[in-house]
Design a protein around this ligand. Structure first.
Ligand SMILES: Cc1cc2nc3c(=O)[nH]c(=O)nc-3n(C[C@H](O)[C@H](O)[C@H](O)COP(=O)(O)OP(=O)(O)OC[C@H]3O[C@@H](n4cnc5c(N)ncnc54)[C@H](O)[C@@H]3O)c2cc1C
Ligand code: SF4
Length: 341
């Protein structure tokens, strides 16, 4: 059985108190604990202090403003139960719906999901396994076993909600003992498996802000090994604003799990803008969206196949926002029957 290492635990009741504790250093935050606690058991992350966020009431709750504000401590289950999320931000709802299992969604929070550690077959192993290969660059070692000449870690961004939130134009608030700032979720990430967030270690993600999205439609498609639950090996988030005649006024297509950060395709968005969602336009956009996807051989499935199905998944997603009935297609995807009919 893997045991947690020793650590000091604090359970502050306000963001300010949590920020003060975090500013002391050698500390990490724990919300639902569904990512960080297994990581600590595997000695991937070994903070001297854990700061629990569950007692902080101001991090919970979903409120209306000019859009919707989600406290970072809102659990994925609470988010799924909120009709404002399902009706106004379907892509986020679908992404959250496909995170892990019901039990993990009862504990896991939207803030923790956005800050989820990057993943890699050579890293998501217990301490003894990693020691046997002399560790790797992400923790305790020098070499990247995925690409031995790589100067940076290529571990994969595996959060389902981030691509969805980027496609919806969401922002987050980050608070430290010294300052508070707000930035786009699109600017929250770096394409670096170790330093994958622009969030400073002393900052707490306190809220997610969803803008009002009149006349936007959104969706999220996920490729994973097991239909019941699994981390994504590909996520496709699409959000499209249509005018009354069905012409695309604006679009965002964001890929998850193909790099160390979610990747937005501006070329695909440009291919859609000013046009109706015909099969030809969708095919053009899907081709463009798949181009930046350079999956590495460090998660599930072969990388060539993952690259190929990216185009298909963008096609599925765009057909859904066009209004096609995609229930059966989703069921086929879950059963691994992936080729377009
Ligand atoms: C079996 C299994 C399957 C999973 N499948 C999926 C999946 O399919 N898709 C997916 O996206 N995830 C998956 N997860 C990961 C995880 O369950 C979710 O991402 C969950 O939403 C994480 O939230 P949490 O509150 O538990 O995060 P925690 O474990 O508490 O924290 C995760 C990270 O975020 C930091 N953090 C937490 N809250 C904040 C905050 N407010 N501000 C700043 N930093 C913060 C922590 O310090 C830590 O680094 C899976 C996990 C398991 C164990
Ligand atoms: S990509 Fe390389 S450095 Fe990063 S976790 Fe995997 S093996 Fe380690």
């Amino acid at each position: 059985m893997m045991r947690l290492p020793h650590f000091e635990y604090h359970a502050p009741r306000t963001v300010a108190a949590a920020a003060d504790l975090l500013a002391r250093g050698n500390a990490m935050l724990v919300a639902g604990g569904t990512d960080i606690l297994p990581n600590m058991k595997r000695r991937q992350q070994v903070p001297g202090t854990l700061i629990g966020l569950r007692n902080i009431a101001e991090l919970r709750g979903i409120s209306n403003g000019d859009g919707l504000k989600l406290g970072a401590g809102v659990t994925l289950t609470a988010l799924l139960r909120d009709a404002r999320v399902r009706d106004g931000y379907l892509g986020l709802w679908q992404a959250a719906r496909q995170v892990a299992t019901p039990q993990l969604r009862n504990m896991g929070t939207i803030g923790g999901n956005l800050c989820l550690d990057t993943r890699c077959n050579y890293y998501d192993q217990n301490y003894e396994w990693r020691k046997a290969i002399d560790f790797c660059m992400k923790k305790d070692g020098q070499t990247c076993w995925v690409a031995t000449s790589s100067p940076k870690c290529l571990a994969v961004s595996s959060t389902d909600s981030a691509p969805a939130l980027i496609s919806l134009g969401a922002e987050v608030t980050l608070t430290s003992a010294a300052s508070t700032r707000r930035l786009a979720v699109a600017d929250l990430y770096r394409n670096d498996g170790i330093h994958y967030m622009t969030r400073r270690p002393d900052e707490i993600l306190t809220a997610v802000h969803l803008p009002r999205l009149d006349r936007w439609r959104s969706t999220y498609w996920k490729l994973r090994r097991r239909g019941a639950f699994d981390f994504p090996v590909l996520g496709v988030a699409c959000a499209v604003k249509l005018d009354d005649g069905g012409v695309v006024e604006a679009a965002r297509i964001v890929l998850g799990a193909v790099a160390s950060r979610p990747l937005a395709s501006t070329e695909a968005a440009a291919a859609l803008t000013g046009r109706t969602l015909s099969d030809e336009v969708i095919a053009e956009a899907a081709e463009a969206a798949a181009k930046p996807a350079r999956p590495m051989d460090n998660t599930d499935y072969t990388l060539h196949w993952r690259k190929r199905v990216t185009r298909d998944f963008v096609t599925y997603a765009l057909r859904e926002v066009r209004g096609d009935e995609t229930g059966e297609l989703r069921r086929r995807v879950a059963r691994q029957e992936l080729l377009l009919g």
